[in-house]
Write a protein that binds this ligand. Structure first.
Ligand SMILES: *[C@@H]1O[C@H](CO)[C@@H](O)[C@H](O)[C@H]1NC(C)=O
Ligand SMILES: *[C@@H]1O[C@H](CO)[C@@H](O)[C@H](O)[C@H]1NC(C)=O
Ligand SMILES: *[C@@H]1O[C@H](CO)[C@@H](O)[C@H](O)[C@H]1NC(C)=O
Ligand SMILES: *[C@@H]1O[C@H](CO)[C@@H](O)[C@H](O)[C@H]1NC(C)=O
Ligand SMILES: *[C@@H]1O[C@H](CO)[C@@H](O)[C@H](O)[C@H]1NC(C)=O
Ligand SMILES: *[C@@H]1O[C@H](CO)[C@@H](O)[C@H](O)[C@H]1NC(C)=O
Ligand SMILES: *[C@@H]1O[C@H](CO)[C@@H](O)[C@H](O)[C@H]1NC(C)=O
Ligand SMILES: *[C@@H]1O[C@H](CO)[C@@H](O)[C@H](O)[C@H]1NC(C)=O
Ligand SMILES: *[C@@H]1O[C@H](CO)[C@@H](O)[C@H](O)[C@H]1NC(C)=O
Ligand SMILES: *[C@@H]1O[C@H](CO)[C@@H](O)[C@H](O)[C@H]1NC(C)=O
Ligand SMILES: *[C@@H]1O[C@H](CO)[C@@H](O)[C@H](O)[C@H]1NC(C)=O
Ligand SMILES: *[C@@H]1O[C@H](CO)[C@@H](O)[C@H](O)[C@H]1NC(C)=O
Length: 463
C-alpha cells in the first residue's frame, strides 16, 4: 500500500527532521479564527536558504500539516501523495515551488480548533524540516461581530464615512455585508481586502451627507456568513448617529384647535426639531408689529378681538434659527362658531404683504364672479376642500394654495364679513412660485424681512 509505505518513510526520516545540513528556514503564518461549517484559509509563506538551488535539484516537493512538531501521528495532511485525516478536505492552494504554502481546511468544526505545524520536504533528501512557527486555528460557532467605526457627533451637511469590516476566513465563500439604514445620499462600496497578516476581510464603506433626518438613527452593519450546516450565520454591529443641526420643521401648534371666541385662553406652542435642543430658545412675533411678543416655547393668553392677527415664532439654537409659518388667530365675537370640517381644525394662514396686495386685485375680480355664480347655484354653506376643487386649479400643491376660512363661510356672520378679506372668501389661487416656506437663517445671520400684512386664509398643516 503506497500510503503505508509513505508513512513508513516518514517515520524513518523523522529523526533528522530539522536542518540536516545547517539550513536556515522560516515560515510566515497567521493565526486565524474560522467559522464552524465553513472553510478556513491559512495564509502561509516559507523560505529556505539557497531555495532556488534546492528547487532545481529537487524532484519532488511536498507540504505536510501536523498537529504536533515531532510526531508523525499528528499528520493530518500531505500534499503528495495526498493524505487527509480528520477533515473532510484540505487543499494546499499555494505553490510550494514559489515558497507559498497557503492551505484551505474545508468543513471545519469546533473540534478542529488546534495548533498546526507546517513541514516541507524536498526529495530526494534535499530538505526536510518542520517549521517551528505554530498556526493557531480557532473555530467558532458564532463568528466575531464586524468592526464598525463609531463616529462622533457630526454637523449636518458634512460627509460621514462608515466602514464596516468583517473577517473572511474562507475567501471562497466570503460573507455578505448589508446596512440597516441607508441615507438617501449614501454611496456604498464593498470590497475584499487583505490585511497585513494576510488574512482577508470584506469591507463595506458607506459615505453620505449627514442630514438632520439621520439624527438618532441606529445604523447596523449585518454580516451573513454562508455555511453548509443549518442556515447561514448572521452577526451585526450597530452605531447611533448623532447629527447636529439648527432648528428644523418649525411650526406653531394652536390650542384649542378651532377658531376661538373672545375670552378663551389660547396656547400657542412653537414646535421645532434641533440638536442640541437643550439650549434652544423661542421668540414670538405678530405680523405688523416690530416688537418681540414673548419668549418661551409656549405663549398663552386670553383672547380678545385685538389679538386677532398672524403670529409666528422663531426657534434658535447655537447653530442657527428658523422661523415658522404664520398662523392666523381668528377671534369670534363671544361665541364659538360651529365648524363643520373637523379635518381642517384651523383654516387660517397668512401671506406676505406686497404679494398679497398684488394678488388682491386679481382675486377680487375672480371672486366677484364666483360669488355671483354661487348665489345662483345654491345657498347652502360651502365647506371643506370640495369647495376648493375648481377645475382650473392645480390641486397637487395644497400647501401652496390659499384657502378661504371656512368658519367664515359656514357661519355667515354679518359682523365678520365687513372687512376687505370678505371679498375673497371663495378664492383659490395657485401660489406655487411664492410658497410660504419656512424662513431659515444661519447664525451668521442674514436679515429676514417680515411681511407686514396678513390678508388671506391658508390651510395649515397640523400634527
Ligand atoms: C529567502 O531567504 C534567503 C536567505 O535565507 C534570502 O536571501 C531571500 O531573499 C529570501 N527570499 C524571500 C522571498 O524571502
Ligand atoms: C468533530 O466533531 C464532530 C461533531 O461536531 C464529529 O462528527 C467529528 O467526528 C469530530 N472530529 C474529530 C476529528 O474528532
Ligand atoms: C462539506 O460538508 C458538506 C455536508 O456535510 C458536503 O456536502 C460538502 O461536500 C463538504 N465539502 C467539502 C469540501 O468536503
Ligand atoms: C508552481 O510554480 C512553478 C514555478 O513558478 C510553475 O512551474 C508550476 O507550474 C506551478 N505549479 C502550479 C500548479 O501552478
Ligand atoms: C489559540 O488562540 C485562542 C484565541 O486566540 C486562544 O484562546 C488559545 O489559547 C490559543 N491556543 C494556543 C495553544 O495557544
Ligand atoms: C499564534 O498562536 C500561537 C499559539 O497561541 C502563538 O505561539 C504564536 O505566537 C501566534 N502567532 C501569531 C503571529 O500571533
Ligand atoms: C450636503 O447636502 C447639503 C444640502 O443638500 C449641501 O448644501 C451640501 O453642500 C452637501 N455637502 C456635501 C459635503 O456634499
Ligand atoms: C456619491 O457618488 C456620486 C457619484 O459618484 C457623487 O456625485 C456623490 O457626491 C457621492 N456622494 C457622497 C455623499 O459621497
Ligand atoms: C437604537 O438603539 C438603542 C440601543 O442601542 C435603543 O435603545 C433605541 O431604541 C434604538 N432606536 C431605534 C429607533 O431603534
Ligand atoms: C381638536 O381638539 C379637540 C379637543 O381638544 C379634539 O377632540 C379634536 O380631536 C381636535 N381635532 C383635531 C383635528 O386635532
Ligand atoms: C392659560 O392656560 C395656561 C395653561 O393651561 C395657563 O398656564 C395660563 O396661565 C392661562 N392663561 C390665562 C391668561 O388664563
Ligand atoms: C438664544 O440662544 C442662542 C444660542 O443658544 C443665543 O445666542 C441667543 O442669545 C439666545 N437668545 C436669547 C434671546 O436668549
Amino acid at each position: 500500500m503506497s500510503v503505508f509505505s509513505f508513512m513508513a518513510l516518514l517515520f524513518s526520516t523523522s529523526v533528522m527532521l530539522s536542518s540536516p545540513s545547517g539550513d536556515t528556514y522560516n515560515a510566515e503564518l497567521s493565526n486565524i479564527t474560522a467559522l464552524s461549517g465553513s472553510c478556513v484559509q491559512i495564509p502561509c509563506t516559507y523560505n529556505v536558504s539557497d531555495f532556488e538551488d534546492k528547487l532545481i535539484r529537487a524532484q519532488r516537493i511536498f507540504g505536510i500539516w501536523l498537529k504536533t512538531t515531532h510526531e508523525m501521528a499528528g499528520l493530518i495532511f500531505n500534499s503528495n501523495p495526498p493524505i487527509i485525516k480528520g477533515l473532510s478536505h484540505i487543499e494546499m492552494v499555494g505553490n510550494l515551488s514559489r515558497r507559498e504554502c497557503t492551505t484551505v481546511f474545508y468543513n471545519v468544526t469546533k473540534n478542529h480548533s488546534d495548533v498546526y505545524y507546517l513541514r516541507v520536504q524536498m526529495e530526494p533528501d534535499i530538505f526536510r524540516a518542520t517549521f517551528m512557527t505554530p498556526v493557531n486555528v480557532t473555530v467558532l460557532d458564532v463568528p466575531n461581530p464586524p468592526e464598525l467605526n463609531d463616529v462622533d457627533e457630526v454637523m449636518e451637511g458634512t460627509t460621514v464615512s462608515l466602514r464596516c469590516s468583517a473577517e473572511a476566513p474562507c475567501p471562497k465563500k466570503p460573507p455578505t455585508l448589508s446596512w440597516s439604514y441607508i441615507p438617501t445620499s449614501a454611496n456604498i462600496t464593498t470590497q475584499i481586502q487583505e490585511k497585513p497578516d494576510k488574512t482577508q476581510s470584506v469591507i463595506s464603506t458607506m459615505t453620505f451627507n449627514a442630514s438632520y433626518t439621520d439624527h438618532k438613527k441606529n445604523i447596523s452593519c449585518t454580516v451573513t456568513y454562508p455555511t453548509h450546516i443549518s442556515k447561514d450565520t448572521t452577526v451585526e454591529n450597530t452605531i447611533t448617529l448623532q447629527v447636529l443641526f439648527f432648528p428644523k420643521e418649525t411650526h406653531i401648534k394652536l390650542e384649542p384647535n378651532a377658531s376661538v371666541s373672545a375670552g378663551t385662553n389660547v396656547t400657542l406652542t412653537c414646535k421645532s426639531k434641533a440638536n442640541p435642543s437643550y439650549d434652544m430658545n423661542y421668540t414670538w412675533y405678530k405680523r405688523g408689529e416690530q416688537k418681540l411678543l414673548a419668549f418661551g416655547e409656549k405663549m398663552s393668553f386670553n383672547v380678545s378681538k385685538i389679538n386677532e392677527g398672524c403670529y409666528f415664532c422663531r426657534a434658535e439654537n447655537k447653530y442657527g434659527a428658523q422661523t415658522s409659518e404664520d398662523i392666523q388667530l381668528i377671534v369670534e365675537a363671544g361665541f364659538i362658531v360651529e365648524s363643520s370640517d373637523t379635518f381642517i381644525p384651523l383654516v387660517a394662514g397668512c401671506v406676505g404683504g406686497a404679494l398679497a396686495f398684488l394678488l388682491f386685485f386679481l382675486l377680487a375680480m375672480i371672486l366677484y364672479k364666483k360669488r355671483k355664480q354661487r348665489t345662483q347655484a345654491s345657498n347652502k354653506p360651502v365647506v371643506g376642500e370640495a369647495d376648493l376643487s375648481d377645475q382650473d386649479q392645480n390641486k397637487d400643491e395644497p400647501v401652496s394654495s390659499i384657502y378661504m376660512n371656512n368658519a367664515f363661510v359656514s357661519s355667515e356672520q354679518p359682523e365678520m364679513t365687513n372687512d376687505e378679506s370678505d371679498t375673497i372668501h371663495y378664492g383659490e389661487i395657485n401660489f406655487s412660485t411664492i410658497q410660504t416656506k419656512n424662513h431659515t437663517e444661519r447664525s451668521s445671520g442674514q436679515e429676514i424681512i417680515y411681511a407686514e400684512v396678513c390678508h388671506q386664509g391658508k390651510k395649515m398643516n397640523q400634527d
